[in-house]
Design a protein around this ligand. Structure first.
Ligand SMILES: [Zn+2]
Length: 255
């Protein structure tokens, strides 16, 4: 390419311009996802992150370190290679990037990864209880118990640990990192983010239920599968994402 922009005429956008538009959209998507997560109890000061797969196989477009989720703008999202180099964009890289790069490598069906430290999910996982469908939300994660990663409670800072997290996740949509946080995935960023929001709500609901005493009940296995497939369709998860983005836009704190 000679770098000359051809404006007007029959030319239309060049391949480079299309690529740049695609990158801008990805960075905007990750930024929006981070802000949605922040608005729904997923923040832990400057820790926790979300990413999307680079469509050209160059790695993960990941939130930059040092910022709260609610502070993320498209220019605070950068491209991290599988070996940890920031190859596009600036800022400091999160130490736990291998969660993203190794899960994306292990799961070709996954297009986005969320790793956060939400209070209710951490509390529930630390009790040793399985996640139970005491309300609708937990059905998204059933009917088998949500997997629990217990090899370490420390940060996931090596490719080997990242691969172990991917192994623990298996073919599921979420994983408890016990005494640490959660990993949620989806075919795209809206699904991964809504999954994370629903997981935190499910955990909060279960903690409320068990704390209230009485004789807790929850949905049985067969009905749980039926509810999962009826309530949490791909379309519904995307409509929920649209709602969360509208809610964000209507708020006063983010302009
Ligand atoms: Zn973490």
């Amino acid at each position: 390419m000679d770098g000359v922009r051809r404006l007007g005429g029959a030319g239309g956008p060049t391949p480079d311009e299309n690529d740049q538009d695609a990158v801008r959209r990805l960075r905007r998507l990750v930024a929006t996802g981070c802000r949605v997560l922040a608005a729904h109890g997923e923040s832990d000061l400057i820790w926790g992150h979300a990413s999307v797969r680079d469509p050209d196989g160059r790695g993960a477009w990941l939130k930059a370190a040092g910022w709260g989720l609610e502070e993320i703008t498209p220019d605070r999202v950068h491209l991290v290679s599988r070996t940890g180099e920031v190859t596009e964009g600036g800022g400091q890289r999160h130490a736990e990037y291998p969660i993203h790069t190794e899960v994306l490598a292990a799961r070709p069906d996954v297009g986005a990864v969320v790793h956060v430290h939400p209070r209710h999910a951490i509390a529930l996982a630390a009790t040793g209880q399985d996640l139970l469908p005491v309300s609708h939300e937990a059905n998204l994660f059933g009917p088998d118990p949500l997997p629990r990663f217990t090899r370490t409670t420390d940060l996931i800072v090596s490719a080997g640990l990242g691969r172990a997290v991917a192994d623990g996740l298996g073919d599921r949509n979420a994983l408890f990192l016990v005494n640490h946080g959660v990993v949620c995935v989806g075919p795209d960023l809206p699904t991964a983010v809504v999954t994370a929001v629903l997981l935190e709500r499910a955990c909060e609901q279960q903690l409320l239920t068990t704390a209230a005493g009485g004789r807790p009940t929850w949905t049985g296995r067969e009905e749980s599968v039926a509810k999962r497939d009826r309530i949490y369709t791909d379309e519904a998860l995307h409509l929920a994402w649209d709602y969360l983005v509208r809610q964000l836009a209507g708020g006063t704190s983010h302009g």
